[in-house]
Design a protein around this ligand. Structure first.
Ligand code: PGA
Length: 249
């Protein structure tokens, strides 16, 4: 049985005081949510205060990025050990915004996953096709390439796969449950080839304009095990409605 996994990706949003305000209103809402893994990925600058304030709750922390070296002359980068040190349990790796704006290749993504795992972090590994790739019928090819290259030489422990079609991110254009299920089933099939019968244990979460309005339908899909939520995670009300999704029968 896979436990639902719902993560908030705040991207480059919220100052420290805005983070504190969110958490202040968030904590009382966490009653009866122990059946869901809840993860918050604030910007680096808000990690420390988040770790402090969420200490006695069931919420864990993720960083939105990480570098693959342990330490040294890499101005502006943050190492896996530093993330462990500040209280992170996960790192988001391979997000399409990092691939697109910061030129992260599959090879870089693979190095980051290796380094982060070595330090003991869980990985939220993002993959997904662009609109052009989907329209050209290349969705499965892209997913296969990203999985094979990204997970090359990596064992299966503590990896969450986030399927995030790029055309659905921040656009308000969510994948239909059929599109999500089809992609998730394909991803599980590829994981089956890589990891044998462990594929059934993987949490495969969906990201791309998840909202309180569509979460129930998405979570009703057999292979959708959770959500990576951007815009709708910035407000406590909408994020909590997503955390407390209802399975459609
Ligand atoms: P969105 O972002 O929910 O704002 O579309 C999702 C993500 O990029 O993780």
């Amino acid at each position: 049985m896979r436990k639902p996994f719902i993560a908030a990706n705040w991207k480059m949003n919220k100052t420290i005081s805005e983070t504190q305000e969110f958490i202040y209103n968030f904590i009382p809402e966490l009653k009866d949510t122990s059946d869901v893994d809840i993860v918050l990925a604030p910007p680096f600058t808000s990690l420390r205060i988040s770790a402090e304030k969420l200490k006695d709750t069931n919420v864990t922390l993720a960083a939105q990025n990480v570098f693959y070296e342990e330490k040294g002359a890499y101005t502006g980068e943050v190492s896996p050990l530093m993330l462990i040190d500040v209280g992170c349990k996960y790192a988001i790796i391979g997000h399409s915004e990092r691939r697109q704006y910061f030129n992260e290749t599959d090879e870089i993504v693979n190095k980051k996953i290796k380094a982060a795992k070595k330090a003991g972090l869980g990985i939220i590994f993002c993959i997904g096709e662009s609109l052009k790739e989907r329209e050209a019928g290349k969705t499965f090819d892209v997913l296969q390439r990203e999985i094979e290259k990204g997970l090359n030489g990596i064992d299966s422990d503590n990896i969450i796969i986030a399927y995030e079609p790029i055309w659905a991110i921040g656009t308000g254009k969510t994948a239909t449950p059929e599109q999500a299920q089809e992609a998730h089933a394909y991803i599980r099939e590829r994981l089956n080839i890589l990891y044998g019968n462990k594929a059934d244990d993987f949490c495969i979460i969906y990201g791309g304009s998840v909202t309180p309005e569509n979460v129930d339908y998405l979570m009703a899909c057999k292979d959708v095990d959770g959500a990576l939520v951007g815009g709708a995670s910035l407000k406590v009300d909408s994020f909590m409605r997503i955390v407390k999704f209802r399975k459609e029968s």
